[in-house]
Design a protein around this ligand. Structure first.
Ligand code: BG6
Length: 303
Protein backbone atom coordinates (compact mmCIF):
# COMPACT_ATOMS: atom_id res chain seq x y z
CA UNK A 1 0.00 0.00 0.00
CA UNK A 2 2.77 2.37 1.00
CA UNK A 3 4.60 1.75 -2.29
CA UNK A 4 1.43 2.40 -4.30
CA UNK A 5 0.85 5.67 -2.43
CA UNK A 6 4.48 6.72 -2.96
CA UNK A 7 4.18 6.03 -6.69
CA UNK A 8 0.92 7.99 -6.94
CA UNK A 9 2.60 10.84 -5.04
CA UNK A 10 5.54 10.93 -7.47
CA UNK A 11 3.17 10.88 -10.42
CA UNK A 12 1.17 13.80 -8.98
CA UNK A 13 4.32 15.79 -8.31
CA UNK A 14 6.25 15.10 -11.53
CA UNK A 15 3.86 13.69 -14.16
CA UNK A 16 2.91 15.69 -17.27
CA UNK A 17 -0.58 14.67 -18.46
CA UNK A 18 -0.47 12.86 -21.80
CA UNK A 19 3.35 13.02 -21.92
CA UNK A 20 5.00 11.53 -18.84
CA UNK A 21 3.80 9.45 -15.93
CA UNK A 22 5.38 7.64 -13.01
CA UNK A 23 4.09 4.07 -13.00
CA UNK A 24 4.92 0.61 -11.72
CA UNK A 25 7.34 -1.21 -14.01
CA UNK A 26 8.75 -4.75 -14.10
CA UNK A 27 9.31 -6.36 -10.71
CA UNK A 28 7.22 -3.63 -9.09
CA UNK A 29 10.05 -1.10 -9.65
CA UNK A 30 9.02 2.50 -10.36
CA UNK A 31 9.61 3.94 -13.79
CA UNK A 32 8.89 7.10 -15.74
CA UNK A 33 6.99 6.37 -18.93
CA UNK A 34 7.20 8.84 -21.81
CA UNK A 35 4.48 8.83 -24.47
CA UNK A 36 4.96 12.06 -26.42
CA UNK A 37 4.15 12.60 -30.11
CA UNK A 38 7.93 12.58 -30.81
CA UNK A 39 8.96 9.48 -28.86
CA UNK A 40 8.13 6.84 -26.33
CA UNK A 41 10.59 5.81 -23.66
CA UNK A 42 11.15 4.52 -20.17
CA UNK A 43 13.51 5.31 -17.34
CA UNK A 44 13.63 3.34 -14.08
CA UNK A 45 14.46 4.91 -10.73
CA UNK A 46 16.37 1.68 -10.13
CA UNK A 47 19.84 2.53 -11.40
CA UNK A 48 18.63 5.77 -13.05
CA UNK A 49 18.33 3.34 -15.93
CA UNK A 50 16.88 4.09 -19.38
CA UNK A 51 15.31 0.88 -20.75
CA UNK A 52 13.47 2.03 -23.87
CA UNK A 53 13.48 4.72 -26.55
CA UNK A 54 11.52 4.68 -29.75
CA UNK A 55 11.38 7.84 -31.84
CA UNK A 56 8.08 8.33 -33.72
CA UNK A 57 7.96 6.23 -36.90
CA UNK A 58 10.93 4.03 -35.89
CA UNK A 59 11.29 0.69 -34.10
CA UNK A 60 12.64 0.29 -30.56
CA UNK A 61 16.34 1.20 -30.51
CA UNK A 62 17.48 -0.36 -27.23
CA UNK A 63 17.78 -4.05 -26.34
CA UNK A 64 16.49 -5.46 -23.04
CA UNK A 65 16.93 -9.13 -22.14
CA UNK A 66 13.79 -11.22 -21.71
CA UNK A 67 15.55 -12.84 -18.72
CA UNK A 68 16.59 -9.63 -16.98
CA UNK A 69 16.18 -9.43 -13.19
CA UNK A 70 14.18 -6.49 -11.96
CA UNK A 71 15.10 -6.19 -8.32
CA UNK A 72 16.96 -4.08 -5.80
CA UNK A 73 20.64 -5.08 -5.69
CA UNK A 74 20.67 -6.51 -9.25
CA UNK A 75 21.48 -4.73 -12.50
CA UNK A 76 18.94 -4.63 -15.32
CA UNK A 77 20.33 -6.57 -18.33
CA UNK A 78 19.84 -4.19 -21.24
CA UNK A 79 18.89 -0.57 -21.84
CA UNK A 80 21.59 1.79 -20.59
CA UNK A 81 23.15 0.79 -17.25
CA UNK A 82 25.12 3.57 -15.58
CA UNK A 83 28.58 2.33 -14.54
CA UNK A 84 30.26 4.42 -11.83
CA UNK A 85 32.70 4.98 -10.09
CA UNK A 86 34.62 2.07 -11.59
CA UNK A 87 34.27 0.02 -14.74
CA UNK A 88 34.39 -3.78 -14.63
CA UNK A 89 35.94 -5.10 -11.44
CA UNK A 90 37.22 -2.68 -8.82
CA UNK A 91 41.01 -2.88 -8.62
CA UNK A 92 42.22 -4.66 -5.49
CA UNK A 93 38.69 -5.35 -4.19
CA UNK A 94 37.20 -8.54 -5.65
CA UNK A 95 34.09 -8.26 -3.44
CA UNK A 96 33.10 -4.87 -4.83
CA UNK A 97 30.18 -4.94 -7.31
CA UNK A 98 31.16 -5.05 -11.00
CA UNK A 99 30.74 -1.71 -12.82
CA UNK A 100 30.27 0.14 -9.52
CA UNK A 101 27.33 0.51 -7.18
CA UNK A 102 24.91 2.98 -8.77
CA UNK A 103 23.32 0.65 -11.35
CA UNK A 104 21.91 -1.64 -8.63
CA UNK A 105 20.28 0.88 -6.30
CA UNK A 106 17.27 3.18 -6.25
CA UNK A 107 17.86 6.73 -7.49
CA UNK A 108 15.64 9.74 -6.85
CA UNK A 109 13.51 11.58 -9.34
CA UNK A 110 14.49 15.24 -9.58
CA UNK A 111 12.33 16.62 -12.41
CA UNK A 112 10.45 15.93 -15.64
CA UNK A 113 10.18 18.79 -18.13
CA UNK A 114 8.71 19.23 -21.58
CA UNK A 115 10.63 21.72 -23.76
CA UNK A 116 9.55 22.08 -27.37
CA UNK A 117 9.54 18.58 -28.83
CA UNK A 118 11.54 16.85 -26.14
CA UNK A 119 10.89 15.43 -22.67
CA UNK A 120 13.71 15.50 -20.12
CA UNK A 121 13.77 13.25 -17.08
CA UNK A 122 16.35 13.95 -14.42
CA UNK A 123 17.31 11.51 -11.66
CA UNK A 124 20.10 11.65 -9.10
CA UNK A 125 21.94 9.61 -6.52
CA UNK A 126 24.35 10.76 -3.82
CA UNK A 127 27.07 9.44 -1.56
CA UNK A 128 26.03 8.05 1.81
CA UNK A 129 26.88 5.19 4.15
CA UNK A 130 25.83 2.65 1.46
CA UNK A 131 28.34 4.06 -1.07
CA UNK A 132 31.11 4.85 1.43
CA UNK A 133 31.52 1.21 2.32
CA UNK A 134 32.86 0.78 -1.23
CA UNK A 135 34.29 4.21 -2.01
CA UNK A 136 35.07 7.02 0.45
CA UNK A 137 34.16 9.94 -1.81
CA UNK A 138 31.43 12.58 -1.45
CA UNK A 139 29.55 13.09 -4.71
CA UNK A 140 26.26 13.85 -6.41
CA UNK A 141 25.55 12.07 -9.70
CA UNK A 142 22.74 13.22 -12.01
CA UNK A 143 21.48 11.27 -15.02
CA UNK A 144 19.47 13.52 -17.33
CA UNK A 145 17.71 11.73 -20.20
CA UNK A 146 16.09 13.68 -23.02
CA UNK A 147 13.64 11.72 -25.16
CA UNK A 148 12.71 13.08 -28.59
CA UNK A 149 13.64 12.43 -32.21
CA UNK A 150 17.09 11.82 -30.70
CA UNK A 151 18.04 10.37 -27.32
CA UNK A 152 20.40 12.50 -25.25
CA UNK A 153 21.85 11.10 -22.03
CA UNK A 154 23.94 13.29 -19.74
CA UNK A 155 25.84 11.99 -16.76
CA UNK A 156 26.85 14.84 -14.47
CA UNK A 157 29.11 14.25 -11.50
CA UNK A 158 29.72 16.89 -8.82
CA UNK A 159 32.56 16.45 -6.35
CA UNK A 160 30.80 17.56 -3.15
CA UNK A 161 33.74 16.61 -0.92
CA UNK A 162 36.96 18.28 0.12
CA UNK A 163 39.42 16.06 -1.75
CA UNK A 164 40.06 15.44 -5.46
CA UNK A 165 38.31 12.41 -7.01
CA UNK A 166 39.34 9.93 -9.67
CA UNK A 167 36.60 7.79 -11.19
CA UNK A 168 35.59 5.74 -14.22
CA UNK A 169 32.16 6.02 -15.85
CA UNK A 170 30.18 4.43 -18.68
CA UNK A 171 26.78 4.75 -20.30
CA UNK A 172 26.70 1.05 -21.11
CA UNK A 173 24.13 1.19 -23.95
CA UNK A 174 22.70 -2.08 -25.30
CA UNK A 175 21.61 -1.51 -28.92
CA UNK A 176 19.12 -3.85 -30.52
CA UNK A 177 20.32 -5.39 -33.81
CA UNK A 178 18.63 -7.74 -36.30
CA UNK A 179 21.50 -10.25 -36.39
CA UNK A 180 24.86 -9.50 -34.80
CA UNK A 181 27.03 -11.07 -37.54
CA UNK A 182 25.51 -8.70 -40.09
CA UNK A 183 25.97 -5.52 -38.05
CA UNK A 184 28.94 -3.23 -38.58
CA UNK A 185 30.41 -0.46 -36.42
CA UNK A 186 32.13 2.33 -38.32
CA UNK A 187 34.20 5.22 -36.98
CA UNK A 188 36.95 3.37 -35.09
CA UNK A 189 39.37 2.67 -37.96
CA UNK A 190 42.97 3.16 -36.80
CA UNK A 191 41.99 3.50 -33.13
CA UNK A 192 44.04 1.55 -30.53
CA UNK A 193 42.11 -0.73 -28.23
CA UNK A 194 42.62 -3.03 -25.26
CA UNK A 195 41.35 -6.51 -26.07
CA UNK A 196 39.81 -7.89 -22.87
CA UNK A 197 39.39 -11.30 -24.53
CA UNK A 198 43.17 -11.47 -25.12
CA UNK A 199 44.79 -10.46 -21.80
CA UNK A 200 44.16 -6.78 -22.40
CA UNK A 201 46.67 -6.69 -25.27
CA UNK A 202 46.77 -3.37 -27.09
CA UNK A 203 45.79 -3.68 -30.77
CA UNK A 204 44.81 -1.38 -33.61
CA UNK A 205 41.41 -1.44 -35.32
CA UNK A 206 41.60 -2.03 -39.07
CA UNK A 207 38.52 -0.74 -40.89
CA UNK A 208 35.03 -1.40 -39.57
CA UNK A 209 34.22 -3.57 -36.55
CA UNK A 210 32.47 -6.86 -37.39
CA UNK A 211 31.50 -9.25 -34.59
CA UNK A 212 32.60 -12.82 -35.31
CA UNK A 213 33.42 -14.10 -31.79
CA UNK A 214 33.29 -12.87 -28.19
CA UNK A 215 34.21 -9.20 -28.39
CA UNK A 216 35.17 -7.06 -25.41
CA UNK A 217 37.26 -4.02 -26.33
CA UNK A 218 38.10 -0.65 -24.86
CA UNK A 219 38.84 1.77 -27.71
CA UNK A 220 41.28 4.35 -26.38
CA UNK A 221 41.57 8.09 -26.78
CA UNK A 222 38.65 8.43 -29.16
CA UNK A 223 35.98 11.12 -28.99
CA UNK A 224 34.60 10.17 -32.41
CA UNK A 225 30.97 9.36 -33.16
CA UNK A 226 30.38 5.82 -34.43
CA UNK A 227 27.74 4.44 -36.77
CA UNK A 228 26.05 1.12 -36.12
CA UNK A 229 24.83 -0.21 -39.47
CA UNK A 230 22.15 -2.86 -39.46
CA UNK A 231 21.06 -4.22 -42.86
CA UNK A 232 18.49 -6.51 -41.20
CA UNK A 233 16.61 -3.79 -39.29
CA UNK A 234 17.42 -1.39 -42.18
CA UNK A 235 18.79 1.35 -40.00
CA UNK A 236 21.92 3.26 -39.18
CA UNK A 237 22.31 4.41 -35.59
CA UNK A 238 24.63 7.35 -35.05
CA UNK A 239 26.19 7.29 -31.59
CA UNK A 240 27.83 10.63 -30.82
CA UNK A 241 29.35 11.79 -27.56
CA UNK A 242 30.91 14.63 -25.58
CA UNK A 243 33.58 14.58 -22.87
CA UNK A 244 34.19 10.88 -23.41
CA UNK A 245 37.58 9.52 -24.49
CA UNK A 246 36.91 5.78 -24.57
CA UNK A 247 34.34 3.64 -26.39
CA UNK A 248 33.70 0.08 -25.25
CA UNK A 249 32.34 -2.50 -27.70
CA UNK A 250 30.98 -5.70 -26.18
CA UNK A 251 29.14 -8.81 -27.35
CA UNK A 252 29.33 -12.01 -25.26
CA UNK A 253 28.87 -14.44 -28.20
CA UNK A 254 27.64 -18.02 -27.66
CA UNK A 255 29.52 -19.51 -24.68
CA UNK A 256 29.60 -16.45 -22.45
CA UNK A 257 25.92 -15.78 -23.17
CA UNK A 258 25.08 -19.33 -22.06
CA UNK A 259 26.83 -18.72 -18.76
CA UNK A 260 24.77 -15.58 -18.10
CA UNK A 261 21.57 -16.41 -16.24
CA UNK A 262 19.90 -13.11 -17.17
CA UNK A 263 20.28 -13.44 -20.95
CA UNK A 264 18.25 -15.95 -23.00
CA UNK A 265 20.42 -18.38 -24.98
CA UNK A 266 19.99 -16.79 -28.40
CA UNK A 267 19.74 -13.16 -27.34
CA UNK A 268 23.46 -12.43 -27.84
CA UNK A 269 22.57 -12.31 -31.55
CA UNK A 270 20.18 -9.42 -31.00
CA UNK A 271 22.41 -6.97 -29.13
CA UNK A 272 25.63 -5.01 -29.18
CA UNK A 273 26.92 -2.77 -26.44
CA UNK A 274 28.57 0.45 -27.57
CA UNK A 275 29.55 2.30 -24.43
CA UNK A 276 30.29 5.98 -24.10
CA UNK A 277 32.84 6.04 -21.34
CA UNK A 278 35.95 7.30 -19.58
CA UNK A 279 37.71 4.20 -18.32
CA UNK A 280 41.16 2.71 -17.76
CA UNK A 281 43.88 5.40 -18.17
CA UNK A 282 41.12 7.82 -19.22
CA UNK A 283 39.50 7.87 -15.76
CA UNK A 284 38.44 11.39 -14.78
CA UNK A 285 40.11 13.56 -12.13
CA UNK A 286 37.79 16.07 -10.48
CA UNK A 287 38.72 18.75 -7.97
CA UNK A 288 36.45 19.58 -5.00
CA UNK A 289 33.39 21.63 -5.96
CA UNK A 290 33.87 20.90 -9.68
CA UNK A 291 31.51 19.22 -12.11
CA UNK A 292 32.13 16.78 -14.97
CA UNK A 293 29.53 16.06 -17.68
CA UNK A 294 29.68 13.20 -20.17
CA UNK A 295 27.06 13.00 -22.90
CA UNK A 296 25.72 10.42 -25.35
CA UNK A 297 23.52 11.39 -28.30
CA UNK A 298 21.78 8.66 -30.33
CA UNK A 299 19.98 9.16 -33.67
CA UNK A 300 18.53 6.64 -36.08
CA UNK A 301 18.15 6.86 -39.85
CA UNK A 302 17.14 4.44 -42.61
CA UNK A 303 19.84 2.22 -44.15
C1 BG6 B 1 31.19 -4.79 -20.61
C2 BG6 B 1 32.53 -5.29 -20.16
O1 BG6 B 1 31.18 -3.41 -20.58
O2 BG6 B 1 30.19 -5.28 -19.71
C3 BG6 B 1 32.51 -6.81 -20.14
O3 BG6 B 1 33.55 -4.79 -21.01
C4 BG6 B 1 31.39 -7.31 -19.26
O4 BG6 B 1 33.76 -7.29 -19.70
C5 BG6 B 1 30.08 -6.68 -19.71
O5 BG6 B 1 31.31 -8.72 -19.34
C6 BG6 B 1 28.87 -7.08 -18.88
O6 BG6 B 1 29.09 -6.82 -17.53
P1 BG6 B 1 28.01 -7.21 -16.46
O7 BG6 B 1 28.65 -6.90 -15.12
O8 BG6 B 1 26.80 -6.35 -16.72
O9 BG6 B 1 27.71 -8.67 -16.64
Amino acid sequence: MEAVAALAGLDREFGIPGIASVVEGNGGLSKVRITSPQATGEMYLHGGHVTAWKPAGAEEVLFVSSESRWEDGRAIRGGVPVCFPWFGDKKGDPKAPAHGFVRTKAWELESIAQTGNTTTVSMFTESGPDTKKWWPADFRLVHRATFGSELRLELILTNTGATPLRFEEALHAYHRVGQIEKARVRGLDGVHYLDKTDQNREKTQQGEVAITSETDRIYLDTSAAVDLEDPILHRRTRIAKENSRTTVVWNPWVEKAHSMSDLADDEWQKMICIETSNVSDFAVNLEPGRQHRMELIVRVAGF
